[in-house]
Every structure is written in structure tokens, then in C-alpha cells.
Design a protein around this ligand. Structure first.
Ligand code: GUN
Ligand code: ZN
Length: 431
């Protein structure tokens, strides 16, 4: 058993709905962890006497928050971040598909998996929903690296039988390899399998039907894909599926829209699609840095909120420009500002933690450091840079959090803990 003394902040509920009740904050708090689980939490002065002799780490100058949940990211694209000049479909052809072909080599997949997960930890991200590649071994590599680090990760083999040369599977291999991966990894340790058709343009009807079969056979698995990101993409999808009423309807026709479905982007969704997302309980991963980088457009948070669609935040690296969920919260704020809708910093933190966890079906286990939840957390350092130290000195919580959201990156993550165990220490790395 161990205690962590710090300023504690988490958002067990959505502040859009619950207002001030959404927030749990202890200015001088104590988090008590046993066997990786939060067993008690409260004001230090009240709680400490209940645990005489408790070993306590003292982090009173830090803000302790739940680990970030990145709800959409591509690990094989890590090394292709920041590729110049193109929008989605050309960017995929010229930069991304060549990078993904290299994952036919399992040694390469293992090397990038280890680097990727260590980078997530360095950025304070403790859980993620991750695209691999079409290669079965790319998922083995990621899941094995996640088990080594005891991280709660969801992923799956990408289905793309209409993909480019060298990255194609078939409906039959998609089914067999997905089943094999599910048998090896799904619900083992802290892992979840995600059935992952790349997007509507890269799977045949037969393969989308296989994805639907896999979900029926494994109701605890997630469905992870892209939707409505780029105008040319949407036009191509509607041309390819003339019988579908809209983009979401393509997925719906194959049984891919449900409470465990996560759709990345959703920038240009119609009212009907938003209604259907709400009714089905499916979620949208908002990826602001990616949308700005690829020139895809601005997600409409007000519209998604008006339809009460489940939401999380994703970095979408390699189209996204940062692995930092703080930076992603900052860019989400700017995307909303462009539409006259200033995103509240507590809402942003909710989307980056408990909101994302709920969308990934892991909201009971992680997201808000409530008693009984797993102790994945990080320590934010508001004095990470000389400018931030000046800006944040003496600021109340909401303004301090907002400053970190706008100025933030990996330097602000002093430490990351997985199940109560230290997994990244910025200052030890520096020394
Ligand atoms: N749509 C289909 N594949 C991809 C991808 O790799 N990245 C993004 N941003 N969108 C996609
Ligand atoms: Zn993506």
C-alpha cells in the first residue's frame, strides 16, 4: 500500500451535463493505492490518520490527474509524423502506405511498438485505442509491448482487402487472423481487441460483413474505424456505396454501429448521422491537430453536443502533430474558438480522461481515480518552463489548467504511473 500526496483533480462526470458537480478536487489531497487500485482518496488532513504508518510520496507542488486516454492513434505512423503538403487520400498513398508496408517485418513492429508506448508514457498517456497495420504480427508486437508495461491498450489488425498493393488482406484472412488475435490477446491482462476496418473505401462488402460477424461473435470487442474526415473521401464513399443514405449508413448496413463503436473524426456529419450515433451509443474520437494538419476541416462540437454524442479526444498521429493530449486539448480549444464556442478546460480534461475511457468501454476501470478504479495517473508541473512558471504563479485551478492546456506538451508531465507504479520520471531521465 502506498499514498500519494498532491493537489488532486479528476472529472468523473461531464461538466457539460453535471456542471460543478462533475469535478472532484482536493487542494491538498491523498490518493491511497493498493495492488494497483485506488482504495481511498480525500483531503490529506482527513484521510491520513486512517492510514497510520502509510508510506507517502510527497508531490505537493504538482497537480495529480488521471492518465490521459488517447482514443485514436496509429502506432505504425509514429515515424511519419509531419509529412508535408498533402490532404488525406494523397497523404495516405504517398506517405503512409509505404511506411505501413515496413510492418511486414515483425522485428520492425517490435522496435516501433516499444518506442511508441514509451513515448505515450512520456506524454502522460496511459491508455489508447490504437491502429496497427494489416499485418497480424503488428498487433502481436503492440500487445506484447503493452503487457510488458502493464498498459490498458485496445487495438486490432487493420482490415483492408481493397487497400494498395502489398497491404491487402482478403475477407478470409481477415476473419482467420482477427480470430487468432482475439484468442491470443482479447481480455488478457489489460488488453481489449478492436475490430478495425480501415475505412469504407478500403474494404469490400464481403470484408465489412466479416467485421460485422466478428463483432457478433465477440460482443466485448470494440469497432474502430474512420468516418467523414475529408470532403473528397466522403464523395468517394458515397460514389462507392450508392445505396447508402450517408457515410454512417455504410457501416450500419454491416452491423458496425453500436455502443462499442468508435469513429475517428466525424467532421462533416449530418444531423441524421449524429442522431443515429446518439441512438446507438457509438462514439466519435475528435482529432483536432490531425484535422488542421491535413486541412480536413473543423469538427463541430456544438452540433455533436446538441445530439448528445459520446466523445473522446485523439491525437491521430501520424496525421496528428503531437503525441501530447495537453496539446490536443489546446488545439481542440482553438477549433471551437473558430466557431464561437470556447471549450471549458475542465470539459477538455474530461474528454481526455473519463469521457474517452467511457467511449472505449473502460470507464469503470480507469478515467477519474475514483475508489475502486485502477491507479493510472500523472503529475502535471505547471512550472515546466520559465514562461509557464510566470504565467501560472498563484493562478486558481481552472486558469492554471487552461494555461497548461494551451502551453502544454511532454515537458509538463513530471511523472507517469501505471497501476500505482512509476512508469516515467522526467527528472530522472534528464539527470
Ligand atoms: N482514413 C483512412 N486511413 C486513415 C489514416 O491512416 N489516417 C487518417 N487520418 N485517416 C484515415
Ligand atoms: Zn486515423
Amino acid at each position: 500500500m502506498k499514498g500519494f500526496r498532491a493537489e488532486l483533480l479528476s472529472l468523473p462526470h461531464d461538466p457539460r451535463v453535471a456542471g460543478a458537480q462533475a469535478l472532484r478536487h482536493e487542494a491538498d489531497g491523498l490518493l491511497v493505492v493498493e495492488n494497483g487500485i485506488v482504495i481511498a482518496r480525500g483531503d490529506y488532513a482527513t484521510l491520513a490518520p486512517r492510514f497510520p504508518g502509510l508510506e507517502i510520496e510527497d508531490h505537493r507542488t504538482r497537480l495529480l490527474v488521471p492518465g490521459f486516454i488517447d482514443t485514436h492513434i496509429h502506432y505504425p505512423q509514429t515515424e511519419r509524423i509531419a509529412a508535408h503538403g498533402l490532404q488525406l487520400l494523397d497523404w495516405l498513398d504517398q506517405h503512409i502506405f509505404p511506411a505501413e508496408r515496413a510492418f511486414a517485418d515483425p522485428a520492425h513492429a517490435r522496435d516501433v511498438s516499444a518506442f511508441f508506448l514509451d513515448e505515450l508514457l512520456r506524454h502522460g498517456t496511459t491508455s489508447a485505442l490504437v491502429f496497427a497495420t494489416v499485418h497480424e504480427a503488428s498487433v502481436d508486437a503492440l500487445f506484447a509491448a503493452a503487457v510488458e508495461r502493464n498498459m490498458r491498450i485496445a487495438s486490432g489488425k487493420v482490415l483492408m482487402d481493397l487497400g494498395p498493393e502489398g497491404l491487402r488482406d482478403t475477407p478470409e484472412t481477415a476473419r482467420a487472423e482477427s480470430e487468432a488475435l482475439i484468442a491470443r490477446w482479447h481480455c488478457k491482462d489489460r488488453l481489449t481487441y478492436a475490430v478495425t476496418p480501415r475505412f469504407a473505401l478500403t474494404s469490400s462488402d464481403a470484408q465489412l460483413a466479416v467485421a460485422g460477424d466478428l463483432l457478433k461473435a465477440h460482443p466485448e470487442a470494440l469497432l474502430h474505424t474512420h468516418i467523414s474526415e475529408n470532403r473528397d473521401e466522403i464523395a468517394a464513399v458515397l460514389g462507392h456505396f450508392p445505396q447508402a443514405s450517408d457515410y454512417l449508413d455504410v457501416y450500419d448496413r454491416f452491423g458496425l454501429v453500436g455502443a462499442r463503436s468508435i469513429f475517428a473524426h466525424g467532421i462533416h456529419l449530418s444531423d441524421r448521422e449524429c442522431c443515429r450515433l446518439h441512438e446507438s451509443g457509438a462514439g466519435v474520437a475528435l482529432c483536432p491537430t490531425s484535422n488542421l494538419f491535413l486541412g480536413s476541416g473543423l469538427f463541430d462540437l456544438a452540433k455533436l453536443d446538441a445530439h448528445d454524442v459520446k466523445l473522446g479526444l485523439g491525437t491521430d498521429v501520424g496525421a496528428g502533430t503531437s503525441l501530447s493530449m495537453l496539446a490536443t486539448m489546446g488545439e481542440a480549444y482553438k477549433v471551437c474558438q473558430l466557431q464561437g464556442n470556447p471549450l471549458d478546460p475542465f470539459r477538455a480534461l474530461y474528454l481526455a480522461t473519463q469521457g474517452g475511457a467511457n467511449m472505449l468501454g473502460m470507464g469503470t476501470q480507469v478515467g477519474a481515480l475514483m475508489e475502486g478504479q485502477e491507479a493510472d495517473f500523472l503529475l502535471l508541473d505547471h512550472a515546466a518552463t520559465p514562461l509557464a512558471a510566470r504565467r501560472c504563479a498563484g493562478l486558481p485551478l481552472a486558469e492554471r489548467l487552461f494555461a497548461m492546456q494551451i502551453l502544454g506538451d511532454d515537458r509538463f508531465i513530471a511523472r507517469t504511473y501505471i497501476a500505482g507504479q512509476l512508469a516515467h520520471d522526467r527528472d530522472a531521465v534528464k539527470a
